[in-house]
Design a protein around this ligand. Structure first.
Ligand code: SF4
Length: 358
């Protein structure tokens, strides 16, 4: 058996934090000696050995591990904990021959979750603290679980993930219409937690065509769906296509009309992940928390927050579609205020109001 670990090296020459954490975890468990070679995936260098291996296996996120058996059978692990369990012999896995597609690899079978397992997890985790719910996901999927950070209270999840010392990834939908304060806050979080935040921009051609035809403020007359579809939903679909699971900062109390029934863990019925339709898992660790719980945690833990919160903004999205709320108004009253309550759901959680895609 030959084990290759692929680590990402940043343009600065430093290893990425998640890769360093994975190495530390293996050392702490006495498993580092099981890694026979390290291949570097150099940022912006598609020819580096780690980038080439990732491209062959269809994996875009380091760290990951490739276990090669005599005869060429390969098993791929995108979660350091799953790899640790494998080499400790705690988990039996099947292997596949040769250069099987990533979607059919044994690593995928380890990362997959059956409906029965998911149901049991949802039941067990329903009343657990958010940090435990998030840890459950990170232990299972590692950096293949993406935290959706919108520049508002989702930073709580980033903080909890950082405290867990487990690898994780963070992405943010940069619609191009965020407040300057939000962009500054995103950078504050990046520096504070020493993490990469992948900013997902809309595709240029559809956006240019849309703006050319309808201008920059068509949502006030026609509703937000088309603009959100281009600036949020499509980039989200692209982000999720490379992930096994994602975590959101949704809470039930944010919107009685659209979020009152969200579960702490569920199958995403709208978007497809790396394993294809019906396999993407969505975690909502803060589902049972109230706004007061969230802010108590933010203040108690010294977590940075968007400066707009000091100016009456509660739920923060794009600048033209967000306004401060008055005392006594519901927090979502400041989002798409010109539309009906039942339509005020953003692209990230369109499944809360839309029927599942077949
Ligand atoms: S929130 Fe407003 S500006 Fe942002 S993508 Fe949706 S409609 Fe467009």
């Amino acid at each position: 058996m030959h084990v290759t670990m692929v680590k990402k090296r940043l343009a600065s020459g430093e290893p990425c934090r998640k890769c360093a954490q994975a190495e530390e975890l293996l050392k702490a468990r006495g498993l580092w000696s099981r890694v026979d070679e390290v291949l570097w995936a150099d940022e912006n260098d598609a020819a580096s050995p780690g980038m080439q291996l990732g491209a062959r296996l269809g994996i875009g996120l380091a760290p990951f591990f490739v276990v090669r058996q005599e005869g060429g059978a390969e098993t791929v692990f995108e979660s350091v904990l799953q790899f640790a369990q494998f080499v400790q012999g705690a988990k039996e896995t099947a292997t596949v021959e040769g250069n099987a597609s990533p979607a059919a690899s044994a690593g995928d079978s380890v990362l997959a979750i059956t409906p029965a397992e998911l149901e049991a997890a949802a039941r067990d985790l329903a009343s657990r603290p958010p940090a435990e719910i998030l840890r459950w996901g990170l232990e299972r999927w590692g950096a293949s679980l993406g935290i959706a950070f919108s520049g508002a209270e989702d930073v709580v999840l980033v903080h909890m993930a950082s405290e867990s010392d487990l690898p994780f990834s963070v992405f943010c939908l940069d619609t191009g219409r965020l407040h300057p304060e939000t962009y500054r806050f995103i950078d504050t979080v990046r520096k504070r937690y020493k993490i990469d935040i992948t900013l997902m921009a809309p595709e240029a051609a559809p956006l240019q065509a849309f703006v050319k035809q309808k201008g920059l403020f068509s949502f006030y007359d026609e509703g937000h769906e088309e603009c959100c579809g281009i600036r949020k939903v499509e980039p989200l679909r692209r982000s999720l296509g490379g992930l096994r699971a994602w975590a959101t900062g949704q809470r039930r109390d944010q919107s009685p009309a659209t979020r009152s029934a969200i579960a702490v863990v569920e199958t995403d019925r709208t978007f497809a992940g790396r394993g294809g339709p019906g396999t993407l898992i969505k975690l909502n660790p803060l589902a049972a928390w109230s706004s007061a719980d969230t802010w108590q945690y933010i203040r108690g833990s010294g977590i940075p927050y968007n400066a707009l919160h000091e100016r009456g903004f509660i739920s923060i999205g794009c600048e033209p579609c967000t306004r401060a709320v008055l005392p006594g108004e519901h927090e979502r009253a400041g989002r798409w205020w010109w539309e009906e309550n039942t339509k005020r759901e953003c692209g990230l959680h369109i499944g809360n109001v839309a029927p599942p895609k077949r």
